[in-house]
Write a protein that binds this ligand. Structure first.
Ligand code: ADP
Length: 190
């Protein structure tokens, strides 16, 4: 990547909770000397998450207003809310990390998520909701990476390649996988 590009780069890393956004962001941040902007942290610090439930409800309009005022140059912007709070023209590349719902529910168990919260997030991943919304919002800037069965280093290589301009996206169809495994009820029924 040309030096001038690095000076203005703003990399978005999005995807459902547990796909590995923060793990990858920290590595890229160190390697490329980019500051991390954590969207969830900003929402929490600004009191924008709705309290008394464990859903992900947030006032996206207010959150966007806060982010609109931030300098996003030389940054990695991390968060599952990215498609709803960032404008396309403010970012260079949008990485969507995808992870098998079978792997995700293990992460959610370790995090102590309730069954409801775990299934909500896993079913969002199965349906590819963030991918759908990110493609609508960021169009040709989107690159999708399937992290399942990849070493972290392989994921990092893919991210760096995407940042350098390689827009090859990986296909993901968890719905097909879950349907074939006859597991739809496991994720979509309370
Ligand atoms: N490529 C990967 N392969 C295996 N495990 C990973 C990978 N990336 C992250 N992890 C692990 O998955 C869990 C969730 O990662 P994290 O970065 O916290 O996700 P997120 O920020 O998307 O919620 C952590 O335990 C992390 O160590």
């Amino acid at each position: 990547m040309a030096t001038s590009q690095i000076h203005s780069v703003s990399i978005v890393i999005t995807g459902n909770p547990g796909v590995g956004k923060h793990t990858i962001a920290k590595e890229i941040s160190q390697k490329m000397q980019l500051e991390i902007i954590d969207i969830n942290q900003i929402a929490k610090d600004s009191g924008l998450f709705e309290e008394n439930d464990e859903s992900n409800d947030v006032d996206a309009k207010k959150l966007k207003e806060i982010l609109d005022k931030k300098n996003l140059n030389k940054c990695i912007i991390v968060g599952h809310l990215a498609p709803y709070v960032l404008d396309k023209n403010r970012v260079s590349v949008v990485i969507i990390l995808r992870r098998s719902p079978y792997d995700l529910i293990k992460v959610y168990k370790e995090r102590g998520y309730s069954n409801k919260k775990s299934n909500e997030n896993a079913s969002s991943e199965i349906l590819g909701i963030i991918t759908y919304d990110a493609k609508n919002q960021f169009k040709d800037k989107v690159v999708q990476i399937n992290v399942s069965q990849k070493e972290i280093q392989d994921v990092l290589n893919k991210v760096e390649s995407a940042v350098s301009g390689n827009k090859d996206s990986e296909e993901v169809d968890w719905l097909d996988l879950v349907t074939k495994n006859n597991d739809l009820k496991k994720f979509f029924v309370d």
